[in-house]
Design a protein around this ligand. Structure first.
Ligand code: A2H
Length: 976
């Protein structure tokens, strides 16, 4: 086939054709179907490998394929070696993104019709922008690092409808995606097709989807949750959590459009009481207790307050926090407080009066702990409206900002006048020493500001440095000079004073996101105090078990190991319930769903029995089931996975039940799980925790291998730039085997790898050329030299084959696939090329060539199985399939011979150069009459004697060399 550009795709099409044929053979023999053998498998007898099931909101892409290829190559290697291999594959549908996208589509249709007609300017619409990976063919949160937004070609945010269109769906089809179930029935079968065409050696009978749409998996997750709860590992707790008001639920990292990693920041809200009589603007507040609520990180400094700060132009409100108290603060703070129990109606701030900073200036205040009995609200122009409450309490002894602002007000009557500030609100107030810092004395802020020569509040950088210094030193070295905690270190006093202030009702706790967080649904998140179900990953006993498990595992790299150790160091409780999205309901609290990382921790065990439940139907609704979902009781699960006693009351046939248990005991634990490195800090660590809680020690995971992200042609893979390929596109463009070849070549480290189109294209060439060469050699068998290998070249080549067999095996065992490709393909073919050349007219040895083809075919089988199978069956006419043909045998390599040959080859190159020089020299010297350097027999001998290892071979090689050297012409014979 040729395109308009004249480029021929004949070679690629040939591979595609071969691939289709080969998959037919595999299907016929059901070669990837995994059945356990009798008894307990001996080490190495079985291999169970798996991969984090991808999220089904789009098509699989090369990022998925890259991680998956590591597993596929490993499994294929073990299969080739004769192991009994299980590689199953499931599809993850739990969580928010599918539901969020479906809902968004429904809103678009409601607003703009079906098919919708969108307004030109997307930003004139109040519908929220959609994060790319929530809905398109992009990877789900779990498989990606940084998130990017879906943008239309014009640069605006894309509508969900447009995103669906961009992945090739028709308008009629798109409308159906308003229902979440459509996603679940649409994408998983397509993913399965893509993976089949990729050549994945999978037992597809064991595939399934998650969520309660699949009653069997649903039962499994419910069992797991109940079990964890009974063990005390799931508890209910109130916690500050970043929360989306629109979704009305916590907004975890992977639910965010922006603000990854942002945590709640806790403050103390100081209640500074406004002393009556109230000004006219406060009419609506008569009879209430009214406070300016100031957010501080340093409650222990409250003794030294001299005033409060407000932003003159700032917008404030008077919000009811309960029946009596009213807080004056920003609306943003009021919203956060309303999610933390400080509003008349939960989650709804109620504003009694709208105010500005000007309305607050001059208010007399009574503030807790302050030595100044009355202080006043004063203007400060650097207050941020998106931090704290917009009200700041002023402690000029210890806060550089406060010190500078107060200095300015004191020194500049004109400034006071501008804001209507009376002298008596400012002038009498002196700095109150409250804390001693050895380095800075009793008025640290003043000292540091003077030292740094700060002149005004506008010197932002210097002020930040001053703040850093006083804050840090105050905390580490400061000692309280006053109050109940006088003499105590600031470090200890801080929490004591805070607790006291809160207990006496003079302050309240307050928390807000430390930076702005936007949810995937598009609203700005708050911090909420929520009732949550938590997995207690902070439990020290549990952590110990996790450490024990980790210490026994094969992690393939030190970086991965450190990643896990680091995670165990900081991992906290994990909120495992959600109220929005798809999934399994929490069995004892069905209002909530099990969160998406919590239903995927031990499901690898489910694969071992899935085919008894699913009957070739990944949704679990095939009517011919031998086992009904409700028959999968806790007793049954316990019997299969946890050595529980036989469930006597079960209606399931005993033979089937026993068979299920046997499958599990045979396959478990799994030997290898492969994933991107970003899952170390959550999914993989959770998997360790849950295994140690639920499974017996001998069923704990054996190995995790983590890889970096994949780049395409040295650039970040990104849909918006077009530097992106789905798996399907790559197979269509390069064939499955060339895609696999390029994936193997992309790299094995924890650093980012690189998929290069050029490599895939040259793989097409390499594979098809090799097929042609093999066909040629087989056809010309008669011209080959018969008898046992005997010549020097024979022995060198034979040795190279042995080396390839042994080193490639080691590389596969270490999961170093790029190296395996080098030693098992590139190097071996180079050795063959050298052999062909060195044999020359004498001809290649038939047996050796046959062995080479056999070995080469097997060594590349894990990476290019279609190609290998074709050569095996069609060209070599061997019995059986290559995918389980066994690893080739090899004699131990002769390192000396290898070194000697290398030396010889290098010498030949050297001598050629020497000769060339000599010839050139003699030509020149003939002109100039200078004596020419001559290549003598002694020189050749001398060259060869340099290598002591060469001993056994030197004579023969020397003879060869001599025989090929033509004294008359000064050159080697053509076959030299
Ligand atoms: B601190 P962080 Cl003694 N705009 O309280 C500007 N600053 C604000 C603010 C806003 N909207 N809301 C709070 N702040 C101030 C006491 C204090 C503070 C002392 C020493 C240092 C210090 C008395 N002012 O903060 O960005 C408040 O001033 C220096 C870190 O969340 C609050 O604590 O780290 C602090 O900034 C919170 O700043």
């Amino acid at each position: 086939m040729a395109t308009e550009s004249g480029k021929s795709f004949a070679r690629r099409d040939r591979l595609l054709e071969i691939e289709k044929k080969v998959r037919g053979w595999w299907d016929e023999k059901d070669v990837f179907r995994a059945e356990p053998c009798e008894g307990t498998p001996k080490p190495g007898e079985k291999f169970f490998g798996n991969f984090p099931f991808p999220y089904m909101n789009g098509f699989l892409h090369l990022g998925h394929a890259f991680s998956l290829s590591k597993l596929e190559f490993a499994a294929a290697f073990h299969r080739l070696n004769g192991a009994n291999v299980l590689l199953p594959f499931g599809f993850h549908c739990t969580g928010m993104p599918i539901k969020a996208s479906a809902d968004k589509l429904a809103r678009e249709i409601q607003k703009f019709g079906n098919p919708p007609v969108f307004p030109k300017e997307a930003d004139s619409v109040e519908l929220q922008p959609e994060p790319e990976d929530a809905n398109s063919g992009m990877p789900p949160e779990k498989f990606k690092g940084k998130k990017s937004k879906a943008v239309s070609k014009s640069g605006g945010q894309m509508f969900q409808w447009e995103i669906m269109r961009s992945v090739g769906l028709s308008d009629v089809e798109i409308a159906e995606f308003q229902k979440p179930e459509k996603w679940l029935t649409y994408f998983p079968p397509l993913a399965m097709e893509d993976l089949k065409d990729f050549g994945l050696g999978c037992d597809w009978r064991r595939s399934f989807i998650t969520t309660d749409m699949n009653p069997y998996f649903d039962s499994f997750v419910q069992w797991q949750m109940r079990k964890l709860k009974d063990m005390g590992k799931i508890v209910k707790d109130k916690r500050y959590t970043v929360y989306s008001p629109l979704d009305d639920q916590p907004c975890a990292d992977h639910d965010r459009a922006s603000g990854e990693g942002v945590q709640p920041q806790d403050y103390t809200l100081i209640k500074m009481e406004v002393m009556p009589p109230f000004p006219p603007k406060f009419k609506a507040l008569e009879g209430r207790k009214v406070f300016l609520a100031a957010a501080t990180l340093r409650p222990e400094t409250m003794y030294g307050q001299t005033n409060a700060w407000v932003l003159p132009e700032g917008k404030y409100g008077a919000f009811e926090v309960n029946d009596t108290d009213v807080f004056i603060l920003t609306e943003r703070a009021a919203l956060n407080l309303a999610y933390q129990g400080f509003s008349k109606t939960p989650k709804q701030p109620s504003c009694l009066a709208e105010l500005t900073g000007y309305d607050l200036i001059g208010l007399p205040l009574k503030s807790p702990l302050s030595f100044n009995k009355v202080i006043y609200a004063l203007p400060m122009l650097t207050i941020l409206t998106d931090k704290g409450t917009g009200i700041v309490t002023s402690v000029p002894s210890d806060a550089p900002d406060d010190y500078m602002a107060l200095q300015v007000l004191k020194a500049k009557p004109a400034f006071r006048e501008k804001f209507g500030v009376k002298d008596e609100w400012v002038v009498p107030f002196e700095i109150v020493p409250i804390i001693n810092i050895p380095e800075f004395g009793d008025k640290a802020a003043e000292k540091v500001c003077l030292d740094l020569k700060i002149k005004s509040q506008n010197e932002k950088e210097k002020l930040a440095e001053a703040k850093r210094l006083t804050y840090l030193k105050g905390f580490t070295d400061g000692t309280m000079l006053v109050g109940e905690c006088a003499g105590m270190k600031v470090q200890e006093a801080k929490s004591l004073i805070r607790t006291k202030l809160i207990e006496t009702g003079e302050a309240v706790m307050y928390s807000e996101p430390e930076k702005r967080v936007m949810s995937r649904s598009g609203d700005e998140c708050v911090v909420a105090l929520t009732d949550q179900w938590y997995l207690t990953y902070d439990d020290l006993e549990w952590k110990k078990l996790a450490e024990e498990c980790l210490s026994q595992m094969n992690l393939y790299s030190d970086e991965t190991k450190h990643g896990f150790e680091h995670t165990l160091g900081w991992l906290n409780r994990w909120a495992c319930s959600r109220s929005f999205g798809l999934g399994t309901r929490i069995p004892w609290d069905p209002e909530f769903l099990v969160e998406s990382l919590s239903d995927s921790t031990i499901y690898m065990a489910y694969y071992t029995v899935a085919h008894f439940l699913h009957n070739e139907d990944m949704y679990g609704n095939n009517k011919t089931h031998r086992i009904r979902p409700e028959e999968m009781t806790d007793d049954v699960w316990n019997f299969i996975f946890c050595d529980g006693s036989y469930p006597k009351s079960s209606k399931i046939e005993p033979s089937i039940l026993n068979k299920m248990k046997q499958e599990f005991t045979y396959w478990y634990p799994f030997d290898l799980r492969v994933s991107g490195k970003d899952l170390i800090q959550n999914h993989l660590t959770f998997s360790i925790f849950n295994h140690t809680a639920i499974m017996a020690k001998h069923h704990w995971p054996r190995g995790f291998r983590c890889n970096g992200h994949i780049m395409l042609n040295s650039e970040k893979m990104s849909k918006s730039t077009g530097n992106f390929r789905t798996l399907r596109q790559s197979i269509d463009e390069f064939s499955a085997d060339a895609t696999r070849f390029s994936l193997a070549d992309a790299g094995d480290g924890v650093d980012d790898a690189n998929f290069v189109f050029e490599t895939a294209n040259s793989a097409i060439l390499r594979l098809t050329k090799e097929i042609a060469w093999i066909e040629e050699v087989l056809a010309a068998e008669a011209s080959l030299r018969t008898g046992p290998p005997s010549t020097y070249s024979d022995r060198v080549f034979e040795n190279e084959i042995n080396i390839a067999v042994l080193t490639t095996k080691k590389n596969y065992e270490k999961c170093m696939f790029r190296e395996a490709l080098k030693t098992g393909c590139y190097d071996l073919q180079a050795a063959r090329d050298e052999y062909r050349l060195s044999c020359g007219s004498g001809g290649m040895n038939r047996d050796l060539v046959w062995r080479f083809i056999d070995v080469q075919t097997r060594l590349i089988t894990p990476i290019c199985p279609h190609y290998a199978e074709h050569v095996w069956r069609e060209l070599l006419r061997k019995d059986g399939l290559v995918v389980n043909a066994g690893w080739p045998t090899a004699d131990s390599p002769d390192e000396t011979l290898k070194a000697a040959n290398k030396y010889l080859q290098d010498s030949i190159v050297l001598m050629r150069k020497l000769l060339q020089k000599q010839i050139m020299g003699s030509k020149k010297s003939n002109k100039k009459g200078a004596p020419a350097a001559t290549l003598t027999e002694e020189k050749i001998t001398g060259l060869i004697y340099v290598n002591e290892q060469f001993d056994g071979w030197k004579a023969e090689c020397l003879n060869i060399l001599k025989s090929k050297f033509d004294r008359n012409t000064g050159t080697f014979a053509p076959d030299g």
